[in-house]
Ligand binder design. Sequence first.
Ligand SMILES: [Zn+2]
Length: 297
Amino acid sequence: MQLHAVPVFHDDRMAVADAQSFSPSAGKPALVVRDWIDAGLPIDLRPAVAATPEQLSLAHDRRFVDGVLSGRLPNGFGNTLATVAQSLPFTNGAMVAACREALANGRVACAPVSGFHHSGYAFAGDFCTFNGLMVAVMTLRREGAAADVAILDLDQHYGNGTDDIIRRLGVTGVDHFTSGGHGYTEGHAEPFLAELPGRIRTWAGCSLLLYQAGADAHVDDPLGGWMTTEQLARRDRLVFQTAAAIGLPVAWNLAGGYQKDAAGGIAAVLGIHRNTMRACVDVYTTAAAAGHTAPWR
Ligand SMILES: [Zn+2]
């Protein structure tokens, strides 16, 4: 059953205009959503409900959660800005909502957010404060859903925080693949893409796939990368096509992306994320025939 549009969980409060950071991630949700709308991509905007401190503490040390939210402990950008702290419940809540919706519709949902996978049980770092991937998994677990889940983290960097939470809490039933832990270079891209469908098919028994469609794996990324624009677009298409074929619901988010043009704009990053949404629209929606197939290059 095709969707009419891709559910996207967004709230203006999840974006921070100036996180005083090299990373544009905190300001990205609003820009990405605006870009998708301007491109005519069929998305179904829904409100993101803020995650509660109790919910965040299902994956994190409560003292760490309270310390960051109250501004006593630094966030993942290394500062204690109240605007950043206030955005975090919404970015994490959006991922929880996307997971719930993907489980409910059996297909797909998106949280246009970043900043999760370097956040561990009691630490923040590298632009990540709370680990929305594990907050979502642990929230679903508490509700009796998602006994077995897979996390496909194709950001450029190693998801050390995700592994830390799994280890510290002794979490079972989560198969976590993080491409950043493998030291891939450009020569690995085609073999990786060839193996990707097979990797996803091993998760056929899982109830949900969480997918981080990182844009910083691009060859031109200052913190990347090993794939071209075309390869990243193919990566996303393979993930959605394979998951759809085996009936594995997907909740996906943006993760990193640090290319900037001379004027400081993030057009290249927006282009990569647009290709991800375009692939998602093509695989899951009735709009596929409406001409959304030409990827940005
Ligand atoms: Zn990254």
